[in-house]
Each structure stands twice: as structure tokens, then as C-alpha cells.
Design a protein around this ligand. Structure first.
Ligand code: NAP
Length: 292
């Protein structure tokens, strides 16, 4: 493989902190597999330095960059335009720089949907029940709406807060929000062809946590998707699997959002299997380091 040269085009990810980002490992694997002349690095950017850092990346001729916590919303002010997914979600995770102009995208939508389509799961005309109403939930809701889901019902611990947070999406999508204790949400569980967890409940290290689901209400044919990727099988997915449901974790969403970002920057269709292997290796390395 060719090393870095004066012709190498630069990519990266900005966040604060950024040391735990899995994107450099995934993107480096995709770049290697494609044999393209790009480099991808992690760049710590303090919130107060965001505008300056973005101007710097533009001046340095970066081809683009990913954006992670805490900059996903604040970055919008620094951009020349954003696409519809980013506008609906209110967050940008990918910036493309073309002729000095910055465009913002949100590839979580594509990543989430790619996981479903790989499993042969279609949502058109079907109902979905979703736990959680945070940033990731917005990408899930918008993705499901774009794919033609008939109705999306969100269950949360704080109904008032979630209704306020999702009011803009509810005005354009067939969306309802209830406390997950509410009978209306329990009814939605009965009618859902797809259940999605978009809360952090069950994520490492709190492995015992689980969103409140009464499996007796859920149709046996329902597809169960947890967008968490550590651990690979949350308690939510383990219980679903034990009841015979088809299940999916968040790995394919994470790989899919990264692949879509690289496609936007380079025009290639990345090798997602290579990206997934690199991601799983990086996660295994993290577990080793945590145990040491
Ligand atoms: P977020 O913005 O903080 O939202 C989390 C949501 O879960 C909120 O509705 C929050 O409710 C709820 N929640 C949090 N802790 C809870 C608890 N103890 N009990 C009940 N509800 C709780 O987070 P996010 O960015 O949406 O991320 C959510 C999860 O998705 C994380 O596990 C993250 O790792 C995963 N994720 C995966 C991918 C992927 O590519 N696979 C991408 C993005 C995110 P309140 O508003 O009441 O706090």
C-alpha cells in the first residue's frame, strides 16, 4: 500500500474527547481495502474552539470530516448548507468540503436503515415502537418515516420532555409519544412489526439494564433492533432472541454511517465487511485494555 504523500487527501473526526472514537480504525480499514490515497485522523476540538477548528480544516484543504459529541448541533452554524436528513434530525455527523464550501449530512439515517435492509426487513406500511427520544431516536424516527412506516410510537420515561423534544418531527411524521407505562404504549407494542431500543439501557457497563418491555404483548413475528453495539447482545436482545424474535444490534448502523460518510467524501462504495472487522477488533482491544 502507498504511504502518506503530498498528494494524500485528508479526512478525520472532530469531538471532545475523541480518544475513544472507533471511526479512525473503521475508516482506515475501508481506505486500505479500497486502495485510495486518503488519511483519516482523530482531532480533539474543544467546544470553544469549534469555529476556529472548522475554518482551519477548510483552509488546510481537508476533503471532509466526521463530527461527534459534543459538536453535532453546534457545527450547523459553521456550515454553508445542510441536507434534509441533517435538518430534520437537527444534527450533523459528516461534513463534505467542496471548493471551500462546507455541506453537512447525517449518515446515521442511512446507517440505521442499512442494518434493517440487510436483514430483509421492510418497514413500509408497518408500525414501529421505539424506546427513547434522544439524538439517535431522531435519526431512527426520520429514517423509518422516510421508508414509509405507517406509525411510529415512542415510549419514554419523561413524556412531557420527549413530546417537546420531538414536536418538530411530530408535525411532519406520523408519530406519537407516551410514557412507556401508558396503556397506549402497551397497545403500540402489540401492533408493532418492529421494536427499537434507542436508550442507553443495557449498554456496557450497565449490562443488566433493559427498557421496560412486556414480551407477552409483542407479536412473535416482530423484529427487535437495539442500536447499542457494546455489548453485542444487550439483555433486550437476549430476551428477544430467547423468545424467537429476529434481532439486530447497533454494529451495522455504526458501520453503515461510516461507510456512507466515506462514500460522500470519495464517491467509492466502501468494503463494509472490512470496516466491520476493524470495528470489532477495536472493540475487542478496548475490552482487553479495560480488563488490564
Ligand atoms: P441521548 O441523546 O442521551 O438519548 C437517550 C434517550 O434515552 C433519552 O430519551 C433518555 O431519556 C433515555 N434514557 C437515558 N437514560 C435512561 C434511563 N436510565 N432510563 C430511561 N431512559 C433513559 O443518547 P443518544 O445519542 O440518543 O444515544 C442513545 C443510545 O444509542 C446510546 O446507547 C448510543 O450508544 C446508541 N447509539 C448507537 C449508534 C450506532 O451507530 N449504533 C449511534 C448513535 C447512538 P431522558 O431524556 O429522559 O434522559
Amino acid at each position: 500500500m502507498k504511504g502518506i504523500s503530498g498528494e494524500t487527501k485528508n479526512l478525520g473526526v472532530i469531538g471532545w474527547p475523541i480518544v475513544h472514537s472507533l471511526s479512525p480504525a473503521m475508516q482506515a480499514a475501508a481506505i486500505r481495502a479500497a486502495g485510495i490515497d486518503y488519511a483519516y485522523i482523530a482531532m480533539p476540538v474543544h467546544p470553544e474552539a469549534l469555529t476556529q477548528a472548522v475554518a482551519g480544516l477548510r483552509s488546510l484543504g481537508f476533503r471532509g470530516f466526521n463530527v461527534t459529541i459534543p459538536h453535532k448541533t453546534a457545527i450547523i452554524e459553521c456550515l454553508d448548507k445542510i441536507d434534509e436528513d441533517a435538518r430534520r434530525i437537527g444534527a450533523v455527523n459528516t461534513v463534505v468540503i467542496e471548493d471551500g464550501r462546507l455541506s453537512g449530512h447525517n449518515t446515521d439515517v442511512t446507517g440505521f436503515l442499512r442494518g434493517l435492509s440487510r436483514q430483509g426487513m421492510t418497514v413500509r406500511g408497518k408500525r414501529a415502537a421505539l424506546f427513547g427520544a434522544g439524538g439517535a431516536a431522531r435519526a431512527v424516527i426520520w429514517g423509518l418515516a422516510k421508508e414509509g412506516a405507517e406509525r411510529i410510537t415512542v415510549g419514554v420515561r419523561d413524556e412531557m420532555k420527549a413530546r417537546a423534544a420531538l414536536a418538530d418531527l411530530a408535525s411532519v411524521v406520523n408519530l406519537e409519544v407516551f410514557s412507556w407505562e401508558d396503556t397506549a404504549f402497551r397497545d403500540a407494542l402489540k401492533n408493532a412489526a418492529l421494536l427499537v431500543n434507542s436508550t442507553p439501557l443495557g449498554m456496557t457497563p450497565k449490562l443488566e439494564a433493559i427498557p421496560p418491555v412486556d414480551w407477552n404483548l409483542v407479536q412473535p413475528s416482530a423484529f427487535v433492533y437495539d442500536i447499542i453495539y457494546t455489548p453485542a447482545r444487550t439483555r433486550f436482545l437476549q430476551e428477544a432472541e430467547a423468545r424467537g424474535h429476529r434481532v439486530l444490534n447497533g454494529t451495522s448502523m455504526l458501520v453503515g454511517q461510516g461507510a456512507e460518510a466515506l462514500a460522500l467524501w470519495t464517491g467509492i462504495q466502501p468494503d463494509e465487511a472490512a470496516m466491520e472487522r476493524a470495528l470489532l477488533d477495536a472493540l475487542a482491544g478496548k475490552r482487553e485494555a479495560d480488563r488490564a
